[in-house]
Design a protein around this ligand. Sequence first.
Ligand code: 5GP
Length: 214
Amino acid sequence: MAQRRGIPIILSSPSGAGKSTLSGLLRKWDPTISFSVSATTRAPRPGEEDGREYYFVTRDAFQEMVDTGKMLEHAEVFGNFYGSPLGPVEAALSAGRDVIFDIDWQGGQQIRGSSLAQDLVSIFILPPSIKELEARLRKRGQDSDEVIDKRMAQSWQEISHWAEYDYCIINRDIDESAEQLRTILTSERLRRTRQSGLVDFVRGLSEEYGERDT
Ligand code: 5GP
């Protein structure tokens, strides 16, 4: 059996604040961390691969997953549906692997109301400014002007939920933010209540006392 259950880590931010890059850097730092691959009805962007960034599914297939209880949470974002399949998440957490969710505030709220709430760590990534957020979205070159305008119009709605999160990182510099993210996870892993092997460890220390010649 795993020493501890994995930690579900929610990362939310407005589109373009750097959440995907940060989640990638965290997994590079610790490859044991799982990424919850969401299902979505949106079309793949150039370079995206089915099963890696997302499972790209039809609306019918998505609805079927919801109706049969296979989604941990789901929401409509920018006119498309997104959801986190429950099975892989449960498997990773019970094997002691931490799991990152790159999801919006609606998904965050649903997971806070789920059976994962107790172990949850949630982190909100803020852009240094709205001007910078827009510049990053345009530089990314992945979306049309129309989609970018739509995302900018909705970014405030996402930002307005910042205070629902345990931690906030202002992403001024990607390396500094990645370091902060690693610090958060390292600290959370060290919480006494998560270290299930501690009782045995301290019992061992106590036995050592008994064995000392005084
Ligand atoms: P994008 O289309 O840019 O990949 O994602 C758009 C938004 O949907 C992002 O804010 C992303 O975090 C959110 N999102 C991605 N997957 C999920 C999911 O499974 N559930 C929810 N609630 N939001 C998601």
